[in-house]
Design a protein around this ligand. Structure first.
Ligand code: 3PG
Length: 306
C-alpha cells in the first residue's frame, strides 16, 4: 500500500483536508498529514519511508531528498516550485510536479482585492479613487495573469500584458493589449501586476531600471515571489516617485525601512496568502492527490517539472 506524506507548514483548509483524505481512502493509500511543523527536523523524520509527498511552499532541500528512502514523487500543490531542489530530486530519480491553474483564481482575486484596498486608502474613511478607467499591465500572462485580466475587465479597467512565452494572438483573443517591450508596458500603465516565476533569470529583475519607467502615481502589485524584486531599488523608486505605491503578498525583507519612510503607500500581507482559500486548497490538494495516484498506478507524468 503506497504511503503519502502531506507536509504543510501552512495547512490546507479543513474542507480540502477532508477531500484529500477521501481521494486517498478511495485509492486504498496510506497517508499522514504533517501540519504546522517547525524546522526541517520533523520533516526529515516524517519523509523517511513515504512513496509520495504533497507540499505547498514547504522547502524540499537536498537534505529532505536524502532522508527520503522510498520517495518517488513530490507534488507541489500550487504553481511555483522554486521551493523544491529539482536537481537533487532528479539525481535520485524523483519526479516533481506542480498543479498549474488550480489556485490561480484565488491569487487573482487577491490582486484586485489589494488594489481596491489601496485605492480606498485602506478603508480609513477618506476619499479614494476607483479602478474603472485605469490601466493595468500584467507582467507574465499565465494562469494567474489571465484571471487578473478577466477580473480587471469586470472593474472596467483596460488591460495590457507582456509575455514573450505566450502567443500574441492568445492574449489579443482575451481583449488584452500586447506589449513587445516590457519597459513600454510599465510606462503606459497605472497598475502593474507581477506574475513571473522566481528563477535565475528573474530574481531581482524588477529593479530600478525597469520601475523608473512607471508613472509617478503607479502601483506595483506583487503576488509572485518577493525574490523577484530588487528591494534596495524599490526604496529608490519610492523616494524618486512620491506617488509610487507597492502592494505585496508577503512583506519584503526591508519592510521596516519602507514602513518608516513611506506611510500609506504600501500594503503587505502578514503571510503569503494568495492561495489561501478553501476553493484553491481543494482544487490544488485534490489535483495533487490524483496526480500521485495517476503517477504510481499508470506512470502518468503530466505536469512533471524536472
Ligand atoms: C503558488 O505558487 O501556487 C502560490 O504561491 C501559493 O503558495 P502556497 O500554497 O504556499 O500558499
Amino acid at each position: 500500500m503506497p504511503k503519502v506524506l502531506i507536509a504543510t507548514v501552512k495547512p490546507f483548509a479543513k474542507a480540502a483536508v477532508e477531500q484529500i483524505k477521501s481521494v486517498f481512502d478511495n485509492a486504498g493509500y496510506e497517508y499522514r498529514f504533517l501540519e504546522k511543523y517547525e524546522g526541517e527536523g520533523e520533516l526529515l523524520t516524517a519523509v523517511k519511508d513515504v512513496d509520495a509527498m504533497i507540499i505547498r511552499s514547504d522547502k524540499v532541500t537536498p537534505a529532505v531528498i536524502d532522508a527520503a528512502q522510498n520517495l518517488k514523487i513530490v507534488v507541489r500543490a500550487g504553481a511555483g516550485y522554486d521551493n523544491v531542489n529539482l536537481e537533487a530530486a532528479a539525481a535520485k530519480g524523483i519526479t516533481v510536479m506542480n498543479t498549474p491553474g488550480q489556485n490561480s483564481n484565488a491569487v487573482a482575486e487577491l490582486v484586485l482585492g489589494m488594489m481596491v484596498f489601496q485605492a480606498r486608502n485602506h478603508f480609513n474613511g477618506t476619499s479614494g479613487t476607483e479602478l474603472k478607467g485605469k490601466k493595468i499591465g500584467i507582467h507574465a500572462y499565465g494562469n494567474v495573469g489571465k484571471n487578473v485580466a478577466r477580473i480587471a475587465k469586470g472593474f472596467g479597467m483596460s488591460v495590457a500584458a507582456f509575455d514573450p512565452f505566450v502567443p500574441k494572438e492568445a492574449m489579443e483573443a482575451d481583449g488584452v493589449q500586447v506589449f513587445d517591450k516590457v519597459e513600454e508596458m510599465y510606462a503606459d500603465c497605472d497598475y502593474v501586476s507581477l506574475h513571473i516565476p522566481a528563477n535565475q533569470h528573474t530574481i531581482k529583475s524588477i529593479n530600478h531600471a525597469l520601475l523608473s519607467n512607471m508613472k509617478d502615481h503607479a502601483v506595483l502589485i506583487n503576488t509572485a515571489r518577493k525574490e523577484v524584486i530588487d528591494e534596495e531599488d524599490i526604496v529608490k523608486v519610492f523616494e524618486e516617485k512620491p506617488g509610487f505605491q507597492y502592494l505585496s503578498d508577503v512583506a519584503p525583507d526591508n519592510k521596516a525601512v519602507i514602513a518608516e519612510k513611506f506611510e500609506g503607500r504600501f500594503f503587505f500581507t502578514p503571510k503569503k496568502m494568495g492561495a489561501q482559500t478553501a476553493e484553491a486548497n481543494i482544487n490544488a490538494g485534490k489535483a495533487a492527490a490524483n496526480q500521485i495516484i495517476g503517477f504510481i498506478e499508470k506512470g502518468d507524468a503530466t505536469f512533471k517539472v524536472n
